[in-house]
Design a protein around this ligand. Sequence first.
Ligand code: ADP
Length: 403
Amino acid sequence: MKSRTSGQAIKSARVRRRFVDRKAATLRSSELRFRRLFETSQDGILILDGATHKILEANPYISQLFGRHDLVGKSLSELGILADALPFLQALEKLQPGECIRFENSWQFPGKPGVAELEFVCNSYDEKGRWLIQCNIRDIAQRRHAERKLRDALQQLAMVKRGLEARVLERTADLQQRNAELEAFSYSLSHDLRAPIRAIVSFTQLALEEYGKTVGPPATEFLQKAVASAQRLDRLILDVLAFSKATRQPLTTEDVNLDEMLRDILQERPECAPPKAEIKLEEPLSSVHGDRASMTQCLTNLLDNAVKFVPLGQTAKVRVYTRPSGERLRLYVQDNGIGIPESAQPRIFDLFQRAHNGYEGHGIGLAIVRRAAERMGGRVGLSSIPGQGSTFWIELPKARSGQ
Ligand code: ADP
């Protein structure tokens, strides 16, 4: 009869064995999973000895890729499968346990055209005191091919871009030349038109003086209308010439004292004085850097408009002031006039744009202001409320002297 103690010992030995068996079975199935992973992987996997760099294991994919089944036991340099093995082997030498390196290399398939492009990702680890290196090797030929195509496409794109830029430059130069020719043509045409118009005015006035009394009305009224029309035409031509000048004349930029310039302009313009207008220059009017003749033209046009576009019989009250605007200076001309309808405001600086009937003009003054300001490196703008007034501004570089 077995003793009670030996029965217990047998029982616990069985429990231990069951436990060990279960552990071994779990280990086997885990090993099986990893082995399947190793064998079916579509990346090549090599396990190298960390000290000798000899291949300990190679998965089927890498054998198939290299077309060799004798990899185990050899080193990569022995196999001669890398185009330039030295840097790779040097990197492996330096690889410390726990580290990882990435490396690209190419390999010539024996007997086949073309070169395989391979990416190696190697990490080293310690397995029970033995230093191992695992290399995952991927064929990146397709990726490289796509990269090369992308590079080629980008190069082609850059070439097309350069070609287009050259064409744009060529066409711009061509357009600029044609534009200059047209401007020169319109300038000389306008200029030449003035002489016959002045002759028409003079001869009609002479006819009025000599024969006015004889012929009497309505013939004299017709002749007076002819003089007025010819004079209007002459003013239009003068405006066109001024526009042409604002476009073509060479600029000489310097610091311009706006206060002095505005006082000079006002002195010469009786229409800007009471009772017709009250103009207040708000001090200090800082200086700008621009072309003196262009500035005079711009300020004259803005002041003329400010005193012109007021309801009949009303005194124009105009305020002129400057404010800094970043690196530039803005000069404002604010009036209490009839204002400009909102719909007309966006195009009011375009050539021949007019927003009101019943006031003299040809819609050229503001186009001159904009063109001149832009040529001096500036810009223009406005805000206006119909029936209450307008504020036009012109923005130019500040005076260099810092006044
Ligand atoms: P012009 O005065 O010869 O008509 P401009 O180019 O100077 O030409 O002005 C274009 C139009 O802009 C004017 O016809 C007028 O309708 C409008 N305008 C310009 N300045 C003012 C202003 N200060 N107040 C109201 N309307 C203005």
